[in-house]
Design a protein around this ligand. Sequence first.
Ligand SMILES: Cc1cc2nc3c(=O)[nH]c(=O)nc-3n(C[C@H](O)[C@H](O)[C@H](O)COP(=O)(O)O)c2cc1C
Length: 333
Amino acid sequence: MTDFTTTYLGLELKNPLVASASPLSKKLESAKRLEEAGAAAIVMYSLFEEQIIHESLELDHFLTRGKDSFSEALSYLPEAGAYRLTPDKYLKQVSLLKRELKIPIIGSLNGVSKGGWTRYARRIEEAGADALELNLYYLATDPSLKSEHLEAAQIELVSDIKSAITIPLSVKLSPYITSLPNFCSRLAEAGAQGLVLFNRFYQPDFDLQELEIIHTLELSTSEEIRLPLRWVSILYGKINADLALTSGVHTAKDALKAVMAGAKVAMLASKLLRDGEQSIAALLNEMEWWMETHEYESISQMRGSMCQKFVREPSAFERANYMKILSSWRDLV
Ligand SMILES: Cc1cc2nc3c(=O)[nH]c(=O)nc-3n(C[C@H](O)[C@H](O)[C@H](O)COP(=O)(O)O)c2cc1C
């Protein structure tokens, strides 16, 4: 019997496949289907800072203080109805999933600035969440904003949220950080017990005819695993936090690669949205078959076997690989 168990954020999980934040947690039926198919835990869709502020008196506060850019930012938001679940409904959904499911439920807050909205971290804990994922989705567009200031603000936010809760905290972050290992290490020092690699930034396109920006959400493919795979394998063993890999996990082999790189869990969203919640069961069966065939007894035995921990000069190693890959093209023609 293959031992599939793993731990993540101190939670005992029956296997390393976790349903990543997605609309599948908005409905009890689909959350139940995820559990039945074998998902080890569910990360809920995010409650956004903007949603909370929108609903609270803070909106008046910001508006009366003449924060034009803030009120303009609010005007970009979808209509209230499009959120479907307001902050209070979000908390009710956490409680409902906790009551109806046995697997751990991880709440998700999505925000970047300090402020009253962070009290929802505590509320999500009180609603019963087993852990909280903080998503730091932010695209810096202001040339005067220094990366050190942005990073410092994000670290402070993590520290504030951590001090407000007793459940474990993970942070979902961007891959576009100049010195990612240093930032990750500071996030861990600030209280992040898990790092979720990475946020998948949606990429807008242009409609040349209408001169409009096209906002489309395209689901990922397995190709996209390479970015988080590289970083999990670089960070494994160097950062005092559990690593979760998200982006591009579609097959059993993708999930096995995530574990071999050093991830405690592989998170899935696109695969489940495309092929249905039950598709997780087939992945688990195939993972088991693969592990038995290759004589692995447990997930923990496999974890980190492909990490870069034992490479003495990882940056030089990466440059050498880059040179090799470029020159291999010449060999082909
Ligand atoms: C329709 C959809 C909704 C999502 N909603 C959230 C969300 O609310 N919060 C969040 O942190 N990530 C959200 N994500 C991102 C996923 O959790 C995941 O990190 C990303 O899609 C990459 O994983 P994948 O390749 O398995 O799709 C969403 C993704 C999709 C496709």
